[in-house]
Design a binder for this molecule. Structure first.
Ligand code: FES
Length: 327
């Protein structure tokens, strides 16, 4: 195996189905050494057999160093990353994996935490809950409420684990909300978010859920609502939309972007290499200057000011017509 810079080989010790279309991968050091410690909420970058690099949240207790665990949803309509992991990786195989990185950790002062998970977005939040249940954790006495939203029980991973953590805990409880595919029948977020408390909110799930939490928590103090999107967006394809064109500043070349294609893919297909990693609008690798045009920003990286001058080309799109980018 030719190792990529900053990636290390780990062996797949276990691969098992933990819900409809969701597979758990347990990874170990090939020589049985302890793995690097991490903090709950961390993710690793994995090079998939298909060659894509994907970020996956770690879902095990971070105090566990004999192994680490990822849960991956089989995104059949995705761009191939999850498909290649689930269809091609077998127990005993080696994967190239980065050191853990964390942009979504539990903050030290959090004495009360509200978790809002949607679908596969449960993974980093499960790790946080496990960390809070470990006596070695500085959050061991924090209180929590954990809301887990999914279409149905069969498609929700770790229900039994969460139930057990809830049953044995005096720190809080886990509630499950299954909407049967009709978001209107799921968790009513307003009673949860209406009155700001001392809690920190950690949300991970589909864009619709995160947008709803964002919209309903605007009156919470700054820095108290935290979002992670890897679990939901890894392999998730952006909604199809109109085709448009990008113009390159340096050569004035016009490149068409099809309705189901990202700007990043269109650039690649035309021989232009742009750095990328997550390809889901969360890592910041693919940022380019925005010279002109109206953009529909779909990333989780840029702030409002930055959106005037930059674009994350893995997910964001033009509203219509042509946009010019600094390439
Ligand atoms: S590749 Fe990560 S934000 Fe675009």
């Amino acid at each position: 195996m030719t190792l990529e810079p900053d990636l290390f080989p780990l062996q797949v010790q276990q691969k098992r189905l933990v819900a409809n279309d969701i597979w758990l991968f347990r990874l170990v050091h090939p020589k049985g050494h302890a793995l690097p410690t991490f903090t709950a909420g961390a993710h690793v970058t994995v090079k998939t057999p298909g060659g894509q690099k994907r970020n996956y949240s770690l879902c095990n207790n971070p105090f566990e160093t004999a192994y680490c665990e990822l849960a991956i949803k089989h995104e059949r309509q995705g761009r191939g990353g999850s498909q290649s992991m689930i269809e091609q990786v077998q127990e005993g195989d080696f994967l190239q994996v980065s050191m853990p990185k964390n942009d979504f950790g539990l903050i030290d002062q959090a004495k009360e935490v509200i978790f809002i998970a949607g679908g596969i977005g449960v993974t980093p939040l499960l790790s946080m809950l496990r960390q809070m249940h470990d006596a070695r954790s500085m959050h061991a006495h924090a209180r929590f409420r954990f809301y887990y939203c999914a279409r149905d029980k069969a498609g929700a991973a770790f229900v039994d684990t969460l139930q057990a953590l809830s049953n044995t805990s005096e720190m809080g409880e886990v509630s499950f909300h299954f909407d049967g595919g009709n978001p209107g029948l799921g968790l009513d977020l307003w009673p949860v978010l209406e009155k700001p408390t001392a809690a920190h909110i950690y949300c991970c799930g589909p864009l619709g859920l995160m947008d709803a939490v964002r919209d309903m928590s605007g009156h919470w103090p700054q820095g108290r609502v935290h979002f992670e999107s890897f679990g939901a967006s890894t392999g998730q394809q952006f909604e199809p939309s109109e085709a448009f064109e990008v113009k390159l500043l340096s050569t004035q070349q016009i490149i068409p972007v099809a309705a189901h294609e990202s700007i990043l893919e269109a650039l690649r297909n035309n021989g232009h290499a742009v750095p990328s990693s997550c390809e889901s609008g969360t890592c910041g690798s693919c940022k380019l200057d925005l010279i002109s045009g109206v953009v529909e920003h779909r990333d989780f990286v840029l702030n409002d000011e930055e959106k005037h001058h930059h674009i994350m080309v893995c997910v964001s799109r033009a509203f219509s017509g042509v946009i010019e980018i600094g390439l």
